[in-house]
Write a protein that binds this ligand. Structure first.
Ligand code: DC
Length: 223
């Protein structure tokens, strides 16, 4: 039996940390769809595409062939056959991904890949439109969010620990702008699916969020 868990929510809500942990507990595959959009964005940056010209994004995105592999449980994103994982987590790529993911041609290129992965095996898939568009029949749908202050604080801590210089007000502003773009785009905007369970992690520990989701899974599936 294949079970799919969809976790959607805004940037910095902790989706990937939580989804990875839930996948590990259940021995499911973790699918990070944001990384696929980031790989596309990385490609577009390399091609010097102007993010504010949708026609340019639509035509250039055809040159990006994105696929996924798993090595020791870690998702590897292949862009035209090359492992690009190391280049995906920068602010530049994140900002371009937020812009280019609003483009229908970009979304169409990634939809089949995401559905195919979920049809073949049990997955915990995180993103923005998993419960609403990609996997409308997922056994469990979670909308994971947190206040923009909390999300900025978490991101700030992460960057400081990595030794990067940053400014918390700027991070919060960036997060809020990204939320606006992700929630207000025409195609597949970020929103809570009607049948999704809302989890606000602002005052919760990682353990509490993971066990909340596992409880929802047990309740919904009887497993
Ligand atoms: O989750 P993330 O920050 O890695 O995602 C990068 C961008 O990709 C984000 O701005 C929104 C977009 N995205 C999307 O539109 N749909 C998804 N399923 C996943 C990410």
């Amino acid at each position: 039996m294949v079970y799919n868990i969809a976790i959607d929510g805004p940037a910095g809500a902790g989706k990937s940390t939580i989804a990875k942990r839930v996948a590990k507990e259940l021995s499911f595959i973790y699918v990070d769809t944001g990384a696929m959009y980031r790989a596309m964005a990385y490609y577009l940056i390399q091609q010097h595409v102007n993010g504010s010209v949708p026609e340019e994004i639509a035509s250039k995105c055809r040159g990006a062939d994105i696929s996924i592999e798993y090595r020791q449980g870690e998702q590897i994103v292949l862009l035209n056959g090359e492992n690009v994982n190391a280049y995906l987590r920068t602010e530049e790529v994140g900002n371009m991904a937020s812009v280019s993911s609003a483009n229908p041609s970009v979304r169409a290129r990634l939809l089949d890949l995401q559905r195919g992965l979920a049809a073949a095996q049990s997955v915990v898939m995180d993103g923005r439109d998993i419960g609403t568009t990609i996997l409308p029949d997922a056994a469990v749908k979670i909308y994971l969010t947190a206040s923009s202050e909390t999300r900025a604080r978490r991101r700030y801590k992460e960057l400081i620990e990595k030794g990067e210089e940053c400014n918390i007000e700027e991070i919060q502003k960036d997060i809020e702008e990204r939320d606006q773009r992700d929630m207000n785009r025409e195609i597949s905007p970020l929103c809570q699916a009607e049948d999704a369970v809302l989890v606000d992690s602002s005052e919760m520990t990682i353990e509490e969020v993971v066990s909340t989701i596992l409880n929802v899974f047990h309740e919904k599936t009887g497993n």
